[in-house]
Design a protein around this ligand. Structure first.
Ligand code: ZN
Ligand code: ZN
Length: 583
């Protein structure tokens, strides 16, 4: 069977054939295969609407059944110009081909200028495993100076089951879109007045972020990390020393100079894209002895990286974000042990947040690298050893390590089969040398430490985006920014409602009294939209019995419970970090 890309591209020709049959005056652009499918650009004499797609689809199916053969021909440019004399875009393309000959493909009555490859015949294309998905406008060759063409997109797979799965994931992904959930749950927004790719955390979102931060930071400090803190800007020269101005330039915001305004300020400055150099300077501020190693510095450090505006996406692709960053310096002998404990810590945290399935990758030495072969071997083996000890399955990505060292990446999988990159653990032989970092070994000699960069959750912004999509907004109780709402039935129940609120709040739970002048059913609906784990309704009966009527997220009314019983229940739920799987 042909490769799926070949099938997709061949379908684009058949779609063009169908268009030629349905709309004979069409001028053809190009039609490549893309991720999951294909498209073709047409210059049509009329405009198309989504309602037209089934008709085109029907025509394609009809053509596929005819078992049309794809015939490749190499012809002279002169001949090609004759064939495509009515096709201005094709003529433009022919002009640009440097060779004397061009290759064309004939499939039935449709001829296209194309290098291929294609399927032998439409027999190889499953007529039930493709679908046309949308119509969009696209400038010829992407330039607004050119005319606007009609682009028709389609998706295609080898089997119908794959097509069904694609649409299932698409539908589920829409339901879980963290940008929509973030709005519904009132967590954050991105404001054009402030700038694209920069997150404004609302009170509930900031609370969620802080809950995550507190939890991981407490864990890191218990694991022997020390807290450091570094500024958001630093002299450009520092980034020259680290090499970022060479190999990371495209991801950095432009540097800024002050001397044009303030004469005495001679240096240029740079918004930080990484936390490493700052941490290194803290290391270098004293003479280090082997007794101090391993030294582990952690910082929830906010960094800024330039991303093209077209690639920005909610919380998961941003221009400013907070890494749960840490750097470890150790001796070569300590490297193995450090890797194992970092890897274990990563898995423990991911489990605490409820992730159960992982994809793990070990990336090894690329063609261009720094450091000695011996060190590469040793550290790659350490990473391998840590992975093997965990007994988890992993894949090796040969040659995909960073130039400065090998790395482990962990992706978590969600219930609809999507994988999200979170953890990265990287060994680095480069920066310690660039910054001439040293420690004094047992024999009083200067040595260079090995450095590990690690971010276990990756960036907090991205992590929260992933959490929202993973749980479809139904965050576990311990993470929910508002855990409990108290809803009094009437104003006469407000006094008791306040009492309940104070008692719940005294237990360290995040609670809100809903005493606005609105109906109970409206407040309940709002609570459900905002995915509040527990709504406590209090009326006459509850006041009299010192109880609450509990509505649990995903379950609805679970009855009247004495207040202290309810408090015991939720405290227990938080203690075991029980994951509420009601999505
Ligand atoms: Zn082709
Ligand atoms: Zn780093």
């Amino acid at each position: 069977m042909a490769k799926i890309e070949t099938i997709r591209h061949s379908l684009s020709h058949i779609m063009a054939y169908a268009i030629q049959e349905l709309f004979p005056d069409t001028c053809f652009g190009i039609g490549p295969a893309i991720e999951n499918g294909f498209y073709y650009d047409f210059d049509l004499k009329m405009s198309l609407a989504p309602e037209d797609l089934p008709k085109i689809e029907g025509k394609i199916k009809e053509l596929l059944k005819k078992e049309i053969v794809f015939k490749k021909k190499i012809i002279s440019k002169k001949e090609a110009k004759k064939i495509f004399k009515e096709q201005s875009y094709k003529l433009e393309l022919i002009e640009e081909i440097p060779e004397k000959t061009v290759s064309i493909y004939e499939s039935g009555e449709f001829v296209d200028l194309c290098a291929g490859p294609h399927v032998k015949s439409t027999k190889e294309i499953n007529p039930d495993a493709f679908k046309l998905t949308k119509i969009a406008g696209a400038y010829w060759r992407g330039s607004e100076k050119n005319s606007m063409l009609t682009r028709i997109y389609g998706v295609a797979f080898g089997e119908k089951e794959e097509l069904d799965k694609y649409f299932f994931i698409l539908k589920e992904s829409e339901k879980r879109d963290h940008r929509i959930l973030g709005q519904k749950m009132n967590l954050f927004h991105i404001d054009e007045n402030l700038g694209p790719g920069l997150i404004l955390w609302h009170p509930k979102g900031a609370t969620l972020k802080k809950t995550v931060e507190d939890y991981i930071l407490t864990t890191y400090l218990k694991e022997g990390y020390q807290l450091v803190n570094t500024p958001h800007i630093a002299k450009l020269n520092l980034w020259r020393t680290s090499g970022h101005t060479d190999f990371y330039k495209e991801s950095m915001f432009p540097s800024f100079h002050m001397r044009e305004i303030i004469q005495e300020e001679k240096d240029d400055y740079q918004l930080k894209p990484m936390n490493c150099p700052g941490h290194i300077l803290i290391y270098k501020n004293e003479v280090r002895s082997y007794r101090q190693l391993p030294l582990r510095y952690t910082e929830l450090g906010t960094v800024y990286r330039y991303e093209k505006s077209g690639t920005l996406h909610g919380l998961t692709r941003v221009r400013g974000f907070t890494q749960d960053d840490a750097h470890i310096w150790c001796t070569p002998e300590q490297l193995g042990g450090e890797i194992i404990s970092v890897f274990k810590l990563a898995l423990r945290l991911l489990r605490d947040f409820g992730f159960k399935e992982y994809e793990i990758y070990l990336s090894t030495k690329p063609k261009k690298y720094v450091g000695t072969l011996k060190n590469w071997q040793k550290s790659t083996n350490s990473l391998k050893y840590a992975l093997e000890k965990s007994k988890l399955k992993y894949q090796i990505d040969p040659g995909e390590g960073v130039f400065y060292g090998p790395k482990i990446d962990i992706k978590v999988k969600d219930s609809i089969g999507r994988a999200w990159q979170l953890t990265t653990i990287q060994v680095d032989f480069n920066l310690p040398e660039k910054f001439q970092m040293t420690y004094i070994d047992k024999n009083g000699r200067k040595q260079t430490p090995i450095m590990i960069h690690r971010a276990l959750l990756g960036s907090l912004e991205r992590f929260i985006g992933v959490l929202l999509e993973y749980y479809a907004g139904n965050l576990p109780l311990w993470l929910s920014p508002e855990q409990i709402w108290i809803v009094p039935v009437g104003s006469q129940h407000e006094k008791y409602a306040r009492l309940v609120r104070d008692q719940v709040s005294n237990e360290g739970l995040r609670v809100k009294l809903k005493d606005e002048n609105e109906t109970v059913s409206k407040k309940i609906r709002e609570g459900e939209i905002q995915k509040i784990p527990y709504l406590l309704v209090v009326g006459d009966k509850e006041v009299k019995e010192k109880s609450v009527r509990v509505r649990e997220r995903g379950k609805g009314d679970i009855g009247i419970i004495k207040l202290d019983k309810f408090l015991d229940k939720v405290k227990k739920e938080i203690e075991v970090k029980k994951i509420i799987n009601n999505y």
